[in-house]
Design a protein around this ligand. Structure first.
Ligand code: GN1
Ligand code: MG
Length: 353
């Protein structure tokens, strides 16, 4: 990273130690630490292959920040720090950067290690949804159009199958068959969209466990981060991605699928945490869809990884040949587990409601 990006923010580059930070797939993230004092910042280079209009990210972030500052001044929402020139983004000629405060004494976890952590993380996403339940969505724009449009994701998958390299297609043949056979998940989504009865909300769209900061010692929820996909969407996205990433003891990177299991206590804890904030706000239809949300997001993530494998790894960074295939297998195993436990999980939801 060119430390001179810091200068655009009026920060003296020589005073800072800048190190890669976190493990996001899409943007490049750095922690900038003031060697002399205790100022820490998170500096991110926005991936403009994915976010074609970075200004939309900054605008959504600002709209939500302004609204929350006005209506909930005590709520911790890490806002973008403007450049010395007063811009939300810094363009260095090759790309866009943004700076946010680093929140001290916090950790981001890649797997939930106790139901309490799942509860705390889910509560943070529930809180953001509750506090923005009455925000005017008409001003927000999609930062990635059709990001969670499962019908289009499925079409992209079918295209990737049709045009894939033969060796990869052969390797993935069984998984492709299984995924095609589960397409009723897409039909359910299409029917919901067609009915038009599922409300739009301001959703985070990436509620992975590592996108929430917990207190380093107590593991109490502190705030949510990674607000690039904060935009109007459906409850399926946020609830589903929590199910996808909190119930399993291992992440999507695990290659040994025998370790991919669904922990019912974590499922209960995340539902409890989310509903402790959102119970009163959900419509009857949204309540009915809390189980489907997990199927929806896990299936979509499996599709996205497998599509990328078939397309030659054009989206997700990989470190070895079968990386995206293994991630897709992992997600497929998770979906299978979730469905196997459907009865018990629905019972848990009923109790939580
Ligand atoms: C990406 O960049 P990161 O790791 O926070 C992706 C999410 C996926 C996730 C899977 C913009 O998020 O949708 O769920 O990887 N973000 C984008 O780990 O595609
Ligand atoms: Mg992230």
């Amino acid at each position: 990273m060119d430390a001179h990006v810091l200068a655009a923010y009026g920060l003296e580059p020589r005073r800072f130690d800048v190190q890669p930070f976190g493990c996001g797939h899409i943007n490049k993230t750095y922690l900038a630490t003031d060697r002399a004092g205790d100022a820490h910042y998170i500096l991110q280079r926005i991936n403009t292959n994915v976010f074609k209009q970075p200004q939309v990210i900054a605008r959504n972030h600002r709209l939500a920040g302004d609204y929350l500052a006005r209506t909930q001044p005590d709520y911790l929402f890490p806002r973008i720090i403007p450049t010395a020139a007063g811009d939300d983004l810094h363009c260095d000629g090759t790309g866009y950067w943004r700076l946010t405060p680093y929140v001290p004494d916090t950790v981001a976890l890649n797997e939930a290690a106790s139901p309490k952590q799942a509860y705390e993380a889910a509560k943070q996403f529930g809180r953001l949804a509750r506090l923005t339940a009455n925000i005017d969505l008409s001003e927000f724009q999609p930062t990635i159009p059709n990001f969670h449009n499962l019908a289009l994701r499925f079409e992209a998958f079918e295209r990737a199958v049709a045009t894939a390299d033969e060796a990869r297609k052969h390797k993935a043949a069984q998984l492709i068959e299984a995924m095609l056979a589960a397409a009723s998940i897409v039909e359910t989504y299409v029917a919901l969209v067609r009915a038009g009865t599922l409300p739009d909300r301001l959703m985070h769209h990436d509620t992975k466990i590592n996108n929430v900061l917990l207190h380093r010692d107590t593991f109490e929820g502190v705030c949510v981060i990674d607000l690039d996909t904060l935009m109007p969407g459906k409850i399926l996205s946020d609830v589903g991605d929590m199910v996808r990433t909190y119930v399993c003891p291992v992440s999507e990177e695990e290659r040994d699928v025998s370790r991919v299991v669904v922990r019912e206590a974590y499922f209960a804890a995340l539902m409890d945490g989310y509903l402790s904030e959102m119970r009163g706000a959900l419509t009857a239809l949204e309540r009915e869809l809390l189980f489907y949300a997990g199927e929806f997001m896990i299936y979509m993530q499996a599709l996205r990884f497998l599509t990328d494998y078939l397309a030659g790894d054009v989206y997700y960074p990989v470190t070895y040949e079968e990386h995206n295939f293994d991630r897709a297998r992992n997600q497929w195993a998770l979906l299978t587990e979730l469905r196997r436990k459907e009865h018990a999980l629905r019972e848990i939801i009923r109790e939580c409601l």
